[in-house]
Design a binder for this molecule. Structure first.
Ligand SMILES: [Zn+2]
Length: 59
């Protein structure tokens, strides 16, 4: 499975992700912020702060 490098826009922490898809919601390893995957380029993932939702995404 391919792994991707990601950087948290909230805390600037760097971590790796795998098995992800565009627009998926992930959590930062460092600050636990909810982040949405904005783009995937080769092995680099761009993240943005996820909009607050009350709905459960059913992870
Ligand atoms: Zn973070």
């Amino acid at each position: 499975m391919q792994t991707y490098k990601a950087q948290c826009p909230i805390c600037d922490g760097q971590f790796t992700l795998s098995g992800i898809e565009l627009s998926e919601i992930v959590s930062c390893n460092e600050c636990k912020s909810r982040l949405v995957i904005k783009s995937i380029k080769s092995d680099q993932v761009q993240l943005a702060e996820a909009p607050a939702v009350e709905e459960d995404w059913g992870q």
